[in-house]
Design a protein around this ligand. Structure first.
Ligand code: ADE
Length: 250
């Protein structure tokens, strides 16, 4: 996958692309990451990228010309067979989820525009981006952290990026539930013991325990996720019991 990021702050991506799984993914040519400075696509002496909003109001708005020019030059020449998504990071976008991360792995190329200031000119929303993504119901001072979140979540789903395909499969959210508790050595740390079942070597029992823990955790912390997951009748009973206990505690 090729990922192109358009930003006013290219430095924010330096450490990101040179560490951890992302660096390995680049080295193994599973991902190509290019970062472009939107300012480089201006033609005036002061490299102006923003302007006052028509109609008045606080703050500045990102101008359309440099962003259109940057995207159009990055996509030229464009291989017509390539599947491309041009994404704008914005608090008014659709809320980013694991499902959307999965969906984005279908593309050959992602072009991510990092919004700034009070926002970007509406013509960028309408005529340049085909997708708008928010990473949460809060306002960041710029779209760069959102772009790194999206790129990270998508990259780790690309086959071969993680050491073992298994580790993405069991992640929180990948099966619609939060992940079960994980432990490593030592078996006893400051009197806190690893649950005995995990030391038993009984893989069937361990899988059952993990599923149950995932269900309990999800019922406690993100009950709305349970509505989208298929549960056995035994699991429904467990979840209902947990929900009942929680509402009694309130
Ligand atoms: N830019 C500012 N806030 C944002 C958010 N929550 N998600 C994506 N981009 C943003």
């Amino acid at each position: 996958m090729r990922i192109d990021i358009l930003t006013l702050f290219p430095k924010m991506f330096e450490d990101f692309s040179s560490t951890g799984i992302f660096q390995r993914a680049i080295e193994n040519k599973l991902v190509e990451l290019n970062v472009y400075n939107i300012r480089d696509y201006t033609h005036d002496k002061h490299h102006v990228v923003d302007d006052y909003p028509y109609g008045g109001g606080a703050g500045m708005v990102m101008k359309p010309e440099p962003i259109f020019e940057a995207v159009e030059s990055i996509l030229q020449p464009n291989d017509k067979d390539e599947k491309v998504s041009v994404i704008l990071t914005t608090p008014r976008g659709r809320l980013f989820t694991q499902k959307i991360a999965d969906e984005l792995t279908q593309y050959d190329r992602l072009v991510i525009i990092c919004g700034h200031y009070e926002g970007v000119d509406e013509r960028i929303h309408r005529y340049l981006a085909n997708d708008e993504i928010s990473i949460g119901d809060y306002v960041l001072s710029g779209g760069e952290p959102a772009a790194t979140v999206i790129v990270d979540a998508v990259t780790r789903l690309i086959p071969g990026v993680l050491g073992s395909e298994e580790s993405a499969k069991d992640d929180s959210h990948s099966g619609g539930l939060l992940e079960y508790p994980q432990y490593t050595r030592p078996p006893v740390f400051r009197d806190w013991e690893v649950p005995e079942i995990l030391l038993s070597g009984n893989h069937g029992e361990i899988a059952r325990w993990r599923r149950e823990q995932s269900l309990i955790r999800t019922a406690e912390r993100r009950p709305e996720l349970l509505d989208k997951v298929e549960l056995s009748s035994k699991e429904i009973r467990l979840v209902n019991e947990k929900r009942k206990n929680l509402s009694e505690e309130e």
